[in-house]
Design a protein around this ligand. Structure first.
Ligand code: FES
Length: 142
């Protein structure tokens, strides 16, 4: 009896099923649909001041705050709790904040509504640079 041919031919599909998509994080939806996230109720240290250079915007998802710095170096901060139904906004495209819940859009540098359903601007928060850190939240400038 001669041995039967071994199954040396394997079909190897490369790349067909593996399409790595570098993650820019899809919205992490919680099953319950509810969130307890909220804007800061006290000043929070967001990070190094150098993280927000002139003309740039940074979204601090963990604290629900967006900070921008204009060409003069002035900092501005807004709560990123959507004014429509209080979802935390988790997406920043350039200077545009996009709410994952119903698609409202806001200008991150002014808080103004760019796209409904939200009609109320984002809430401005006090912000300051302190010892090389950005601190935002109520009473931060007191
Ligand atoms: Fe943001 Fe509805 S909660 S669009």
């Amino acid at each position: 009896m001669s041995g039967r041919p071994s199954p040396t031919r394997r079909t190897v599909l490369r790349g067909a099923a593996l399409t790595p998509v570098a993650g820019l994080g899809l919205a992490a939806c919680s099953p319950g649909g509810e969130t307890t996230d909220a804007e800061p109720s006290a000043p929070v240290d967001l990070g190094a001041e150098s993280e927000v250079t002139k003309g740039s915007v940074k979204l601090y998802r963990d604290h629900n705050v967006v900070v921008s710095r204009d060409a003069n170096g002035t900092l501005k901060a807004y709560s990123t709790i959507c004014t429509h139904a209080l979802c935390p906004i988790n997406k920043l495209e350039g200077t545009k904040l996009v709410c994952p819940c119903h698609g409202s859009e806001f200008d991150a540098t002014s808080g103004e509504v760019l796209h409904e359903p939200a009609t109320v601007p984002l809430k401005e928060l006090p912000v300051q640079a302190k010892d090389g850190r950005i601190v935002a939240g109520p009473a931060a400038t007191a």
